[in-house]
Design a protein around this ligand. Structure first.
Ligand code: ATP
Length: 377
């Protein structure tokens, strides 16, 4: 049903609003047929970037390519893209069928071909039984599907989604997210999806482009962005609860040190930040006689001990809030059955090979080495 998908290439795209640089010199390639998610905090420029692709904003510098055409001089209607917005903007006085066919009618397409196209799209989206209803007689999820269908009937080379799920409640959001992923697999069309929700980004995107203050911070698969964050911003933005941090400073012998850790190798910079994901910590409760509770199998030797400040029980896991290491207050993920409570002393082990060391400018250097002279506070 759909045509060949088109790729999108941005070359040095720049956009300012007065003093605000909304999009700063962005280079990005979205492959034909790819589902790319643009993600970042509010105001990072992701909607502006999408609107620059659609032609709804004028760039200050750079080039936008869609397929094999530079579209900078082409009006939105000629760019072969269709946009789905957060507000569905359906026409309330029109039926579902009329809403779906509206884009075709304004382009002069009528008759059996246009009707066939509408019923084809309605079939794909499970709207065939609702064609004679008006938007007011539909659920939020069904309205969202009509909005999607209205973009689909135009058979665009690229779909652009601007936070299309943010009006939906949590359950419907998950369901609609699944529907979009399924639709993408089925149609194979290029899709660019904007969200501020990092969980949504990782679960939906084949690749994810993380933005902050107008700049592209990292582009990669969800796995890459989570496991190898390019910098401290990405490490902190992706993952919940957020990555644990510890400030490290070079000591007189040139080694990095912070809290209970002293890293053995000489370090070229004055300071750094250690990042450890909550799941890369394991806690063992220290019994009153001083022995650690080793239930749950053998563990590596502990790197530090801490007191439990609070335990959040989430059903499938526990989040154990610690008063260390050093001045930091870290959170560890623990199995739901681990008997641990506020006030307990715990031994904490760190999976060093999965940790992250960030340099003074915030860029990721690599995994932190295993500390040599770990001292207990
Ligand atoms: P949100 O998730 O809140 O929509 P966003 O990441 O999509 O945020 P943009 O809407 O692209 O961010 O905005 C980027 C920056 O540009 C913000 O500082 C915003 O205030 C500014 N901005 C966006 N549109 C305009 C405009 N038309 N006039 C002036 N400033 C604008």
């Amino acid at each position: 049903m759909m045509r060949e998908p088109r790729g999108v290439v941005l070359k040095g795209v720049h956009k300012r609003f007065g003093d605000v640089t909304a999009v700063a010199n962005v280079d990005l390639e979205i492959r034909p047929g790819e589902l790319m998610v643009l993600v970042g905090p509010s105001g990072c420029g992701k909607s502006t970037l999408l609107r620059l692709i659609a032609g709804l904003e004028e760039r200050d510098a750079g080039e936008v390519w869609i397929g094999d055409r530079c579209v900078d001089e082409i009006a939105p209607g000629g760019r072969d893209v269709a946009m789905v917005f957060q507000s569905y903007a359906l026409y309330p006085h029109m039926t579902v069928a009329e809403n779906l066919g509206f884009g075709l009618r304004v382009r002069g397409a009528r008759g059996p071909e246009a009707e066939g196209r509408v019923s084809e799209v309605a079939g794909v989206l499970g709207l065939a039984g609702l064609l004679s209803r008006r938007p007011g007689q539909l659920s939020g999820g069904q309205q969202q599907r009509v909005a999607l269908g209205r973009a689909m009937v135009r058979d665009p080379g690229v779909f652009l989604f601007d936070e299309p799920l943010s009006n939906l409640d949590a359950a419907l959001r998950l369901k609609t997210r699944d529907e979009i992923a399924t639709l993408h697999r089925r149609l194979g069309t290029t899709m660019i999806f904007v969200t501020h929700d990092q969980v949504e980004a990782l679960s939906l995107g084949q690749r994810v482009a993380v933005m902050d203050r107008g700049r592209l911070q990292q582009v990669g698969t969800p796995h890459e962005v989570y496991q190898k964050p390019a910098n401290l911003f990405v490490a902190g933005f992706v993952g919940s609860p957020p990555i644990n941090r510890l400030h490290l400073v070079r000591d007189r012998e040139g080694r990095l040190a912070g809290g209970p850790f002293v890293f053995p190798e000489p370090f070229p910079h004055r300071e750094a930040t250690l990042g450890v994901r909550p799941e890369d910590l394991s806690v063992a409760v220290v019994a009153p006689d001083g022995s650690a509770d080793r239930r749950g199998g053998p563990r590596p030797p502990p790197e530090f001990t801490a007191t439990v400040l609070r335990v959040e029980s989430l059903g499938s896991e526990q989040r154990v809030h610690l008063d260390g290491p050093g001045d930091a207050a870290w959170v560890a993920r623990a199995a739901p059955a681990l008997p641990v409570a506020a006030g307990d002393r715990v031994d904490v082990s760190v999976a060093w090979q999965r940790t992250h060391l960030f340099g003074p400018e915030g860029g990721r250097i690599g995994a932190a080495p295993r500390p040599g002279g770990a001292t207990q506070p």
